[in-house]
Design a protein around this ligand. Structure first.
Ligand SMILES: Nc1nc2c(ncn2[C@@H]2O[C@H](COP(=O)(O)OP(=O)(O)OP(=O)(O)O)[C@@H](O)[C@H]2O)c(=O)[nH]1
Ligand SMILES: [Mg+2]
Length: 410
């Protein structure tokens, strides 16, 4: 067996199935190095799995549980384990049963099933003990807070930091009251959010606002919402430019909105045409520029986009991201779009998010001040100026409020 073959991973629908595979392929001396359970539907689809066991026959480590005192295994199984009570020991018992030629087929099968089920509950309990020991640094009285933060999808490391800060700064009265603890963490989170609120138009100063971002996040729909509100509600002179000529449907999508709201619109297909198009709209208060969705991994396309934006001399480049995106992807994607000068943020699809703690790492990084959030497909209504207090409540799930239409926009 070469170096790569020393450690193997087995996936199965159940722990007993996975352990049986380990035994069959690596034999009874194999050490179980790690077990993982997967949430979700994977175990129920054909070929899917719910349990992953990493095992080795050659790596010279004892089972990671082998050094535990037998007392720490108390309750690992209701069965009376004879002899060695480690996972390795139980695996050896299995081997003895198999080698014992005096047993009938059905006896052997029954014994094996019993032993495998013992082994399964032992591994389950050890996994639980192991998970619980990882939580030891969360103080008992703040465990509910920690669990709530994780439930809100705040990344674990960040949740621990908040718990630590609360432990260091909260008064004993606060610590005794879960609502006060939640309010305290709310104040910390709110103070960290980088939120700048809506675009402010000044008389005599034309703004060119471009929306950029990955495909399908809601750029065009958000342009339509912004345009309709600035034009119809605030009575501003608004023009549209689209550089999304990659799809005919994209141009038509924006043109439909331009016709309904009665706005001038220019279609630009090269950086050279951009300056002329912007020139033709010199009398506007606000030019909103729609761009084609770009994969954050496609550097060539992102540089192409930059050439258009430079030519337009855009005053604001806002990155549009969907709130239904993992915390790490949000941060990495935002990083990639810095190249085009994106300095503001619009978060879309808040209505589809089941939790919002995933937004926190990006919003507290300070690099992308949040300007708007959108919460539905309706143009022009489903957009709000970003507001730190409200967003904090949504993220921590501490308040259910429906804003009035006026507060939504201004
Ligand atoms: N639920 C929900 N859907 C939204 C929201 N904003 C946009 N959408 C929907 O998201 C889909 C994509 O919206 P578009 O505006 O075409 O997205 P885009 O970023 O312009 O897409 P590309 O130009 O293809 O990159 C449409 O079905 C929109 O109705 C929102 O806030 N909530
Ligand atoms: Mg679009």
């Amino acid at each position: 067996m070469n170096q790569n073959e020393q450690i193997r991973t087995y996936r199965a629908a159940s722990m007993s199935e996975a352990l049986a595979m380990v035994r069959r392929e690596l034999g009874p001396d194999a050490a179980i190095l790690q077990t993982r359970r997967r949430r979700g539907i994977l175990g129920w689809v054909p070929g899917g799995y719910r349990v992953e066991v990493t095992a080795s026959v050659n790596v010279n480590v004892p089972s990671r549980f082998a050094t535990e005192e037998p007392s720490t295994l108390k309750g690992a199984s209701a069965t009376d384990f004879s002899g060695d009570q480690t996972v390795d020991g139980q695996a050896a018992n299995l081997a003895d049963i198999v080698k014992d030629g005096s047993r009938s087929g059905s006896e052997l099968q029954g014994d094996l099933q019993q032993r495998i089920s013992d082994l399964q509950s032992m591994v389950n309990d050890l996994c639980q003990q192991s998970a619980a020991s990882g939580r030891q640094d969360v103080p008992q009285e703040l465990f509910q807070l920690y669990a709530d933060l994780i439930e809100s999808e705040i990344p674990e490391e960040l949740a621990r930091q908040y718990v630590e800060r609360i432990r260091a700064t909260a008064t004993p009265e606060e610590l005794a009251d879960p609502l006060m603890v939640k309010a305290h963490v709310g104040r910390i989170v709110e103070s960290e959010l980088c939120v700048h609120g809506p675009i402010k138009l000044e008389p005599g100063r034309r703004r060119i606002v471009a929306l950029v971002g990955p495909t399908g996040v809601g750029k065009t729909t958000t342009i339509a919402k912004l345009a309709a509100n600035f034009r119809l509600r605030d009575k501003r002179k608004v023009g549209l430019i689209t550089v999304d000529t990659y799809r005919i449907a994209a141009v038509e999508q924006l043109r439909t909105y331009a016709d309904i709201i009665d706005l001038p619109m220019q279609v630009v297909s090269s950086p050279r045409e951009m300056r002329e198009a912007a020139g033709r709209m010199s009398g506007m208060d606000l030019i909103l520029m729609d761009t084609a969705g770009r994969s954050p991994r496609d550097e060539v396309k992102i540089h192409e986009l930059k050439a258009f934006l430079d030519e337009a001399q855009a005053t604001d480049v806002h990155l549009v991201l969907s709130a239904v995106t993992g915390a790490n992807t949000l941060v990495r994607t935002a990083e990639r779009f810095k190249i085009v000068g994106a300095g503001g943020l619009i978060l879309t699809k808040l209505d589809e998010a089941t939790a919002m703690g995933n937004l926190l790492p990006l919003l507290r990084s300070g690099d992308f001040p949040l300007r708007y959030v959108t919460n539905g497909q309706n143009v022009p209504d489903d957009i709000e100026a970003a507001e730190a207090h409200r967003l904090t409540n949504q993220m921590l799930d501490t308040e259910e409020t429906t804003p009035s239409p006026l507060r939504q926009w201004s």
